[in-house]
Design a protein around this ligand. Structure first.
Ligand SMILES: Cc1ncc(COP(=O)(O)O)c(C=O)c1O
Length: 413
């Protein structure tokens, strides 16, 4: 459920006519709905039966500072995967005790940044990473808290590129023997606090069965680790729940929380979840203008540099005309951008009423949308706008040509 809807044939975000945003900001532009972000985050926060459980929003899905601030204010923590994301959440004064640092390849610099800021946990993915964190902690003379991310070997379905918890995926530690060795080592280390056990089985997951299996494996392993004399503080089940892009019917966040609490609810450890897409996807739409019509092509002013998901995963976003709610045209359009690649498309095979000059709304584009944008073809990254009721604000301005050259040396001759 989101807050993008037609009123009298005009598409609104909350109480703002999207046309008024185009008139002021131009296209392409991402528009986010504050009310939708809050609604989705609250769907998790309010379903938990204990206030000690934690939602760490996955910053990689949508990292605009104003969006992060909305989520911080209603109680979310953050799941980050880089020093840059840590810098973002510290900039909005997120509580370090609600920050989890995930990812397989943390650099020494990133680890130092996290330890100095006393984050809740580094979710470690190898014995070598643990040794590196220990050595940085010793150098700084500050203890580091870690969780072990194991690979539960659950195939959650979905696109090959976003499934992470199967045997052979690069994420987590697959060998349970190795997990136990790492736990023993961490338990004896003077500068490491072993506080959690974590897994994350994929993204755009449409069933709860994989979560239940992963949760059962997690508690089994947690018992073995606790038997070493460790007192794990939390069990982190990652993110990954799917959203409806094009007719899918995923379980909702409350169902996920219930399924996990069924397995873990009566344990001493708190539960942590790291949702990204379910909070940010439906909260965002990409506005783009139709520049030209040729054959069955709608050539628009956004491209794969603005929204990569269709080219990268063959993802299918629904597309609406902001001034025409009818989908009665017999035309079957391919919506394509100006980039010089045949893989540059926004949507193939869609029935839609559209003419040159119309503005289209690419739906469910909040997650893995702007964050994956680039300057390919020396295109300027587009603007981001946050709607709050009847008001809107540009929360990231469109890049200028000067921005494009900002970090380069201009040759003298
Ligand atoms: C460790 C981790 N946590 C959370 C997420 C968020 O996943 P999603 O956006 O599908 O909820 C990801 C994304 O792949 C991830 O790798």
């Amino acid at each position: 459920m989101d807050y993008f809807a037609y009123k009298d044939n005009k598409l609104f975000c909350e109480e703002v006519d999207l046309k008024s945003i185009c008139d002021k900001v131009g296209t392409p532009a991402y528009v986010y709905s504050k009310k939708t972000l809050e609604r989705h985050a609250n769907a998790y926060l309010k379903s938990f039966s204990s206030a000690n459980n934690l939602i760490c929003f996955s910053v990689k899905s949508l990292s605009n500072l104003s969006v992060l601030n909305v989520l911080k204010k209603i109680g979310c923590g953050f799941d980050i995967v880089s020093g840059g994301e840590l810098h973002r959440v510290l900039t909005i004064k997120a509580d370090p005790n609600k920050i989890i640092f995930s990812g397989v390849g943390k650099s020494e610099e990133e680890i130092e940044y996290g330890i100095r800021n006393r984050i809740l946990s580094f979710n470690i993915e190898s014995g070598s990473e643990l040794k590196r964190i220990e050595s940085v902690a010793n150098k700084l003379n500050i203890n580091a808290s870690i969780s072990i991310r194991f690979n539960p070997e659950v195939d959650s379905g979905g696109h090959d590129y976003i499934t992470t918890g199967r045997k052979g995926d690069k994420f987590g530690i697959s060998s349970l023997k190795e997990v136990m060795q790492i736990a023993e080592y961490a338990n004896k280390s003077k500068s490491i606090n072993l506080v959690g056990l974590a897994c994350h089985i994929g993204s755009q997951i449409l069933n709860l069965e994989s979560y239940k299996t992963a949760a059962e494996k997690t508690v089994e392993l947690a018992d073995k680790i606790n038997a070493l004399g460790v007192e794990l503080k939390f069990l982190d089940m990652g993110g990954g729940l799917g959203v409806p892009y094009n007719g899918e019917t995923p379980p909702n966040p409350a169902d996920l929380v219930r399924a996990i609490e069924d397995v873990m609810g009566n344990r001493r450890e708190n539960i942590v979840l790291e949702p990204g897409r379910t909070i940010s996807a439906n909260a965002g739409t990409l506005l783009t203008s139709v520049e030209y019509i040729k054959d069955n092509f709608l050539i628009v002013d956004s491209a794969m540099n603005d929204l990569l998901r269709p080219s990268l995963y063959g993802a299918e976003h629904d597309v609406w005309n902001i001034n025409n709610s009818q989908k009665t045209s017999t035309n079957n359009w391919n919506i394509v951008g100006p980039i010089c690649e045949s893989s540059d498309f926004i949507r193939k095979n869609i029935t839609l009423s559209a003419k040159e000059g119309d503005v289209l709304a690419v739906k469910t584009a909040g997650a893995y949308g702007f964050v994956m944008s680039s300057n390919y073809n020396s295109r300027r990254r587009c603007a981001e706008v946050l709607v709050d009721g009847s008001e809107f604000e540009v929360v990231k301005r469109r890049e200028s040509y000067a921005d494009l050259l900002n970090l380069e040396e201009v040759p003298n001759d």
